[in-house]
Design a binder for this molecule. Structure first.
Ligand code: ADP
Length: 498
């Protein structure tokens, strides 16, 4: 370049200062020879005299001087330098971060004469950038500690944005290409359908939640992920983006499994002695010849009722844990649905009479046998009859109907209708959750664990059946069960959290 600095200097003065930018002219020894006014504002000087004749290096903080010196040598060779960043000092000693661009002016022989240095004060931009970087770093650190990743899917362009922890959770390199299809390959085969439904449900309803298993591509270990998602739409309800989180809950699931195993063992151990107490109380009550006084008989009756209740609860706990651990025995045999229903009903004769409940039975003729496990079938009837009788006030009505389902092929339809307390509308969606009890039920019937319907739901999941209900508070409820003629146990589908 053969231009002279004189050509350029007037333009410095006309410069409209939108961004903090200052211009220095220095000689080849980095001594400042001229400057524009903006330099005063930027560095806090009062006038030119304070600075003309000083070295440019005097403006730079100690630690950065060596860097700036070597950059200066480079300008003399390369003629230009862009974006040199370093910390500089103001007159009052405070620091500012600058970015400098430099150009050399040479004489007609190409010998460097002067250097023009344009300095930008990037302190405010840097602190914003640093704040963003700091926030990102903290987020990434927190996600790593919590095993918690977050993602964003631009549905329109089908592009994914993952946080660092997402790549760690999925054991993928941060460079790996990710999309729904590539990820699906790592989801445990049995859970793929659930993951597909999770995505389509999120698009349809705006959000979804799912626990699913993932096979680590490096170790082949199975891990549990808890995912939540939210979909964002345009004005025409066209889905634009989906955002979501993934939480590694493998440890929690393992602990859950241990707890369930413990519960299974404890209830197994308790069942024997409790059943013995129950039997002996029953024997005492049935023996007409015992010399028990009326008061003693009353005590034994109380003992019998309490032990029966506790045997039931223990059985429920054991059933829940065996079903959740997926080790419930399933011994199919040909059974008559109506016979089993009647047999279970016998256990409720006393309470039905005591509460003066009108119990009606309607069974279609010529029903085929069902081929299933007797214990599981009895459990279904037990829970539903028990609820209908418990949650119906004295002198109410309960009707049990068993027929062939008119809607489904080769399927029974069991309906148990009562004229009882009903289930409040706002609590109906939780009815099949573990340990749920509606507010009105808790007041009216003290005893209850909230395990019964959860058990029935799990058994039906295992057997390929369905359960649903209609209910109106203070009018009554009807529970329906559709059960295939030959229910098929589906192993491994009933897992904790599934
Ligand atoms: P539990 O009867 O031990 O409380 P369940 O799981 O069998 O547990 O039932 C869960 C809850 O559902 C009950 O506490 C009750 O609130 C409600 N419920 C079930 N069956 C009926 C029914 N037939 N009438 C009214 N409420 C019912």
């Amino acid at each position: 370049m053969n231009d002279t600095p004189a050509d350029s200097l007037p333009s410095f003065k006309r410069r409209v200062v939108l961004f903090p930018e200052a211009v220095f002219v220095v000689n080849t020894n980095a001594i400042i020879t001229r400057l524009d006014r903006q330099t005063f504002t930027m560095f806090g000087w009062a006038n030119e005299q304070e600075i003309i004749g000083k070295s440019f290096y005097d403006l730079i903080v100690e630690e950065d001087i060596a860097n700036v010196k070597s950059a200066f040598q480079k300008i003399l060779v390369d003629k230009n330098i862009y974006g040199l960043q370093c910390n500089a000092k103001r007159k009052d000693g405070s620091y500012l971060r600058i970015s400098a661009n430099g150009s050399v002016f040479t004489d007609s022989q190409g010998v460097p004469q002067e250097i023009i240095i344009v300095v930008h004060d990037i302190t405010p931009h840097l602190s914003e950038l640093e704040q963003v970087r700091e926030a990102e770093r903290q987020l990434s650190e927190a996600q790593q500690i919590a095993h918690f990743g977050s993602w964003e899917w631009d549905i329109v362009s089908n592009k994914f944005r993952w946080t660092d922890e997402m790549y760690r959770l999925f054991s993928l390199s941060p460079q790996a290409e990710v999309n729904n299809d590539s990820l699906m390959a790592y989801v445990l085969e049995e859970d793929r359908e659930k993951v597909r439904n999770f995505l389509s449900q999120s698009i349809a309803d705006g959000s979804s939640v799912l626990d699913y298993r993932f096979v680590d591509p490096q170790s082949s270990a199975i891990r549990w992920f808890h995912s939540r998602s939210k979909t964002l739409y345009d004005g025409n309800h066209k889905p634009l983006r989906m955002v979501g989180t993934v939480h590694d809950v493998t440890h929690e699931k393992e602990l859950d499994q241990v707890k369930t195993q413990f519960l299974s063992l404890a209830s197994h151990q308790m069942r024997g002695p409790l059943t013995a107490i129950n039997w002996n109380a029953e024997i005492l009550l049935q023996q007409q010849t015992t010399n028990l006084t009326d008061t003693q008989k009353k005590y034994v009756q109380e003992l019998y009722d309490a032990s029966k209740q506790i045997v039931r609860t223990t059985n429920d706990l054991l059933t829940v844990s065996e079903l959740e651990l997926d080790r419930m025995p399933f011994k199919p045999e040909k059974l008559s649905l109506t016979k089993i229903a009647k047999r279970v009903l016998e256990d409720y004769d006393r309470i039905i009479v005591e509460k003066k409940i009108i119990f009606k039975e309607t069974y279609s003729g010529d029903l085929p046998d069902i081929e299933t496990d007797m214990y599981l079938l009895k459990t279904i009837f037990n829970q539903l009859i028990s609820n209908a009788v418990s949650y119906t006030p004295p002198e109410g009505t309960v009707t049990m109907t068993i027929s062939v389902d008119p809607q489904r092929t080769n399927t029974f339809l069991i309906a148990i209708a009562d004229s009882g307390y009903g289930i409040p509308k706002d609590q109906q969606e939780k009815v099949f959750s573990k340990m749920f009890r509606a507010n009105n039920a808790k007041v009216k019937v003290m005893r209850g664990t909230g395990l019964g319907l959860y058990i029935v739901k799990l058994i039906l999941k295992l057997n390929g059946g369905e359960i649903w209900f209609t209910s109106e508070e203070n009018k009554g409820s009807t529970f329906y069960i559709a059960l295939p003629f030959v229910p098929k146990p589906q192993k491994n589908t009933v897992k904790i959290g599934a």
